[in-house]
Design a protein around this ligand. Structure first.
Ligand SMILES: *Cc1c(COP(=O)(O)O)cnc(C)c1O
Length: 476
């Protein structure tokens, strides 16, 4: 039996000291942040699992690459390095760099969606849906039911339900569907992958009706790893080969390079169609910058090219997902309700099971994220009703089936001991859940409200009452 652990394929060359805080300091900090972990200052955070977006550690080669930035306004050599990397690993014909993923989503949505169109996708993503709606379109969910079911342990819970896709095509007709948005390792479902079989079937069905498939490639490398280890026939293929095969079934992609591609900022749009590429290049000049930099410095494009090549190394991706599975395993062993199978980029707590005493309109996941910060200085985020926002027609709160707290693991940043501390503090809360208090809005932004909303506890001033069991421990 192979007993080798997922141990990191790197050693640490430079360290960034962290500040330890007291529970009193954290109570004051979370109240000052309106009980929204997005509004905390990072210097008040011990272990930051808010997001894996742009928070990865760069390699020594990437840092060296920064010095090779060619900051010419037009035709930077780094643009051509990035283009080579995208051609080689993703395989699309045309590359349009953007400042990050939503820049690519903005251009794609504006260029392809007309008012009244519908855009089917395997579960919504916040920025993706917002840009579809701003362009006058409407998102329609075509993900399989398993994705909404916290008890399902299917290996590819991100899969599109082909019957739902066919029904959308039958109802609206291909002329109302500018493209199907196919997301890899579906973020809002807990990082759940899509199988190659499903990707191929979606491509074939859409292409039969003359509908394009645009991949959200943000987590396609993590998805490729799951295909390799879970899908029959792929064990011997390299991550690189699997990634190319995923992309080959689609007509283009948007990508946030802040995730898989191991950079702190950057993204891109790719299309195979020449006319669409020309339109995207016209548009990128208006919103991002010239088509050979798209809102990025030359050095940013250089580190992205290097990061893409590093991201498809098997040892890297195995350790990245191995660390996520390690944290999930600790929580599972303690009986903490998490989404299974454990996803690619984080562990998701089921807040409805964790805090059954808090009603949904008091936002249990938002409260749990705030309470966990007070308990331990670990920062996480809500993925539930606050993130889901309001129905565009009725303006009522949307209450999705999933009410989750996301523990997202930055790549190559934290150690196994950090994962242990995180698990210990969650398990402590899980033993006395009634200490956590529900929240209500005190201010609610119109767009993507979860980023900047403020709240207050529904009773008293605290989101987490001091432990009855360990009164003395609060002096820690
Ligand atoms: C992060 C993300 C985006 C948006 O990318 P940004 O770089 O944050 O603008 C889009 N889709 C998915 C699946 C993501 O995870």
């Amino acid at each position: 039996m192979n007993k080798r652990s997922w141990a990191e394929p790197f050693k640490i060359k430079m360290v960034e000291p962290l500040r330890m805080t007291t529970p009193d300091e954290r109570e004051a900090a979370i109240a000052g942040a309106g009980f929204n972990t997005f509004l905390l200052r990072s210097e008040d955070v011990y272990i930051d699992l808010l997001t894996d977006s742009g928070t990865s550690a760069m390699s020594d080669r990437q840092w060296a690459g920064l010095m090779l930035g060619d900051e010419a306004y037009a035709g930077s050599v780094n643009y051509y390095h990035l283009e080579d990397a995208v051609h080689r690993y993703y395989g699309y014909k045309h590359l349009i760099p953007t400042h990050q993923g939503r820049g690519a989503e903005h251009i794609l949505s504006r260029m392809m969606i007309k008012p009244g169109d519908v855009v089917p996708g395997n579960m919504y993503f916040t920025t993706t849906r917002a840009h579809q709606e701003l362009a006058g379109g409407r998102f329609v969910d075509i993900i399989g039911d398993a994705a909404h079911d916290v008890t399902s342990t299917e290996p590819f819970k991100g899969n599109v339900d082909l019957k739902k896709l066919q029904a959308v095509i039958d109802t609206y007709g291909p002329s109302k569907i500018p493209y199907v948005n196919l997301q890899c390792c579906v973020n809002m479902a807990g990082g759940q992958p899509v199988s190659m079989e499903n990707i191929a079937a979606v491509g074939a069905l859409c292409h039969r009706h003359g509908i394009k498939v645009m991949l959200d490639a943000t987590r396609a490398v993590e998805n490729a790893y799951f295909i390799k280890v879970r899908e029959p026939g792929y064990a011997k293929k390299s991550i690189e080969e699997i990634l190319r095969e995923i992309c080959s079934h689609t007509d283009g992609c948007t990508n946030s390079a802040k995730k898989d591609s191991l950079v702190n900022i950057g993204g891109f749009l790719c299309v195979n169609d020449d006319a669409l590429a020309e339109e995207a290049r016209n548009m990128v000049v208006l919103f991002e910058g010239l088509h050979t930099y798209g809102g990025l410095a030359g050095r940013d494009m250089e580190v992205m090219a290097i990061g893409i090549a590093e991201s498809v190394q098997y040892d890297h991706i195995r350790a990245r997902i191995g660390q996520v599975e390690y944290l999930g395993g600790l929580l599972e062993k303690a009986g903490v309700p998490i989404i299974r199978p454990i996803g690619g980029h984080g562990v998701f707590l089921d807040a409805l099971k964790f805090l059954p005493h808090i009603p949904r309109d008091q936002f249990p996941a938002q409260a749990l994220a705030a309470a966990l910060y007070v308990e331990s200085g670990v920062r996480t985020m809500e993925r539930g009703a606050v993130s889901a926002g309001r129905d565009p027609d009725t303006r009522q709160n949307i209450f999705p089936k999933l009410e989750l707290v996301r523990l997202t693991i930055p790549r190559r940043v934290y150690t196994q001991a950090h994962m242990d501390v995180t698990a210990e503090s969650i398990i402590t809360l899980f033993e006395e859940p009634e200490r956590v208090v529900g929240l209500r809005f005190t201010s609610e932004p119109k767009y993507l409200r979860f980023f900047q909303a403020r709240f207050e506890p529904t009773q008293g001033d605290l989101v987490l009452n001091r432990s009855a069991k360990a009164g003395a421990a609060s002096a820690r």
